[in-house]
Design a protein. Structure first.
Length: 275
């Protein structure tokens, strides 16, 4: 029997259901989280998903993130929702935690080797950063390099990168490609983890998702994160950081302005099916 593909609306509904289960779990266990990235824009600008968005991004302070993983050490959030990360699966090619629906299947068309998961939501960890702007830039520059090397290991050469410029620049790595892949993604992911943990969250005045796409634009004063505020999202309510305007401005500038129609597309190269 042929597998049934999910429409974008169906995909969003599956993700919304996972998000509600995660929210309920955090409420029951006193865990902090915040909507992040495009999901935060969606909550503020659309009171739900950005219409063409295909994922949910969340961030958790390192102490809450570690507690969450300890509470779900068996990998299960509920009967149908399971965690995926490197602690649970050493072959996991991601530096973050994903919660996915086991009744669905997602394959990545741009990966060199087959990797399958279900429809997911992303959990990014918020870590401490230095007060020194030079050290901040150094930390994010190192992370960007490690992430680019990881992507080079995992994905097909010549594929789409995070921007048109980087899609072109990857050809400059061609002579070094055999060595980069010989080192291997696991070593780069281990380095990723060390860079994230460089500064203790509780002792830091500033925090960020170190691997975020906006680089130093991700940095926020820790005191601007709480108390979190509940925002409407597709008929539900989920948490945003207290000063979400500062956060979204740092990531996107004028985040209330819609992008050109040509950019209103899903960014993941995936195929999604019901099992």
């Amino acid at each position: 029997m042929d597998r049934l593909p999910l429409s974008l609306k169906e995909l969003q509904q599956v993700e919304l259901d996972i998000m509600q289960a995660f929210h309920d779990f955090c409420q029951a266990n006193g865990l902090r989280y915040y909507l992040g990235g495009g999901t935060a824009i969606g909550a503020v600008r659309h009171q739900g998903f950005i219409p063409w968005d295909d994922d949910i991004d969340l961030c958790m302070p390192r102490p809450d993130y570690e507690k969450f993983l300890a509470l779900c050490s068996d990998g299960n959030l509920t009967e149908n929702y399971r965690l995926n990360n490197r602690q649970l699966d050493p072959s996991c090619p991601f530096a973050i935690t994903r919660i996915y629906d086991v009744r669905t299947e997602v394959t990545f068309s741009n990966f060199r080797l087959p990797y399958t998961i279900g429809c997911w939501i992303d959990i990014f960890c918020l870590d401490g950063v230095s007060d020194d702007p030079k050290k901040q830039k150094k930390q994010f520059r190192q992370m960007r390099t490690v992430q680019d090397l990881t992507i080079t290991c995992l994905t097909k050469f010549g594929g789409k990168r995070r921007s048109k410029l980087h899609t072109i620049l990857q050809y400059g790595l061609l002579p070094a490609l055999p060595f980069i892949r010989m080192v291997g993604a696991k070593r780069y992911l281990n380095r990723n983890e060390k860079i994230c943990r460089r500064y203790d969250y509780d002792q830091s005045n500033y925090v960020a998702v170190i691997g975020g796409r906006a680089g130093v634009g991700e940095i926020m004063p820790k005191q601007a994160m709480d108390p979190a505020v509940l925002m409407d999202f597709e008929g539900h309510q989920f948490y945003l950081m207290a000063n979400y305007h500062q956060y979204l401005t740092g990531l996107y500038g004028d985040y209330m302005k819609l992008p050109p129609e040509s950019e209103r597309v899903s960014r993941h190269e995936i195929n999604v099916y019901w099992k």
